[in-house]
Ligand binder design. Structure first.
Ligand SMILES: [Zn+2]
Length: 270
């Protein structure tokens, strides 16, 4: 599969290429990752690959469907946003999508729906989506974009292939001891008192580029814990803080300052 437009993220590229070779593309994907991780680029490429009629590697970028997809004018590719800027997709929109999905494709073999901010849809909208994932027509494909896949119902997640993007950094994954720190910090954020959290968070040293991957990984871990039914209130607060931290990580803030802020943020809010 031709995913040259997507920077970094070799693991996801390998996953998709292998899947395409072995059993073809799935009809439903969750594409998650923080802002700037390339989830829009990837979803466009994947949609184009599904609609492409070229020979050889897809998307070819040259055939009429590829060009229409790139210009955003392919009649069988729909991008669904919330009714207003910043608002999540509603249950009514999912129902309208469902009705549309049962109308056969206009030009090609498939119809592709790209849902923005799927993790922010409320449970009724997600359940309507679930029905469609389970019973939708075989030609329909769904790409669910999410900042954090943890915001999606487990039932929805189980019907989709998950593609998890990290931030645009070249560093693709953390060293084992850093992953261990992600787990310890998530534990502390979920359960520990202030001194223990501060002590654990002080381990957040390291290069700034790595810090951003670290924080993305931590956010995913926290999301997973919410889904598994952990301490919801603390975990949600922690996710919110880690998002803010990621913003600050782009500025020149030391890890020590970040950890102090993390602790203050956790305990003033609780
Ligand atoms: Zn093409």
């Amino acid at each position: 599969m031709n995913l040259s437009a997507l920077a970094g993220n070799e693991r996801v590229k390998d996953q998709l290429s292998r899947q395409l070779r072995e059993r073809g593309l799935s009809h439903a994907y969750i594409i998650s990752g923080p802002a700037g991780s390339g989830r829009h680029a990837l979803s466009r490429q994947l949609a184009a690959a599904m609609l492409c009629t070229g020979t050889g590697e897809r998307p070819c970028g040259r055939c009429v469907p590829c060009q229409k997809a790139a210009k955003g004018i392919h009649p069988d590719l729909s991008v669904i946003n919330g009714p207003e800027t910043g608002k999540p997709i509603t249950v009514d929109q999912v129902r309208a999508l469902r009705a549309d999905a049962y109308v056969r494709p206009n030009e090609g073999e498939r119809k592709v729906y790209l849902l923005e901010g799927a993790d922010r849809m409320n449970p009724s909208a997600q359940n309507a989506m679930l029905k469609l994932l389970e019973e939708g027509p075989p030609y329909a494909a769904f790409l669910l974009l999410a900042e954090n896949a943890g915001g999606l119902l487990q039932t929805v997640r189980s019907r989709c292939e998950e593609l998890t993007l990290l931030s645009g950094d070249r560093t693709e994954s953390l060293e084992p001891e850093r992953l261990e720190l992600v787990k310890r910090l998530a534990d502390a954020l979920e359960h520990a008192g202030e001194p223990e959290l501060l002590e654990t968070a002080m381990g957040l040293d390291g290069k700034r580029e790595e810090l951003s991957v670290f924080l993305s990984t931590l956010e995913c871990e926290l999301g997973e814990r919410i889904v598994r039914g952990g301490e919801r209130r603390r975990l949600l607060r922690a996710v919110e803080l880690v998002k803010q931290l990621r913003e600050s990580a782009r500025l020149n803030v030391s890890a020590g300052q970040l950890s102090g802020w993390l602790c203050a943020g956790m305990f003033t809010a609780l």
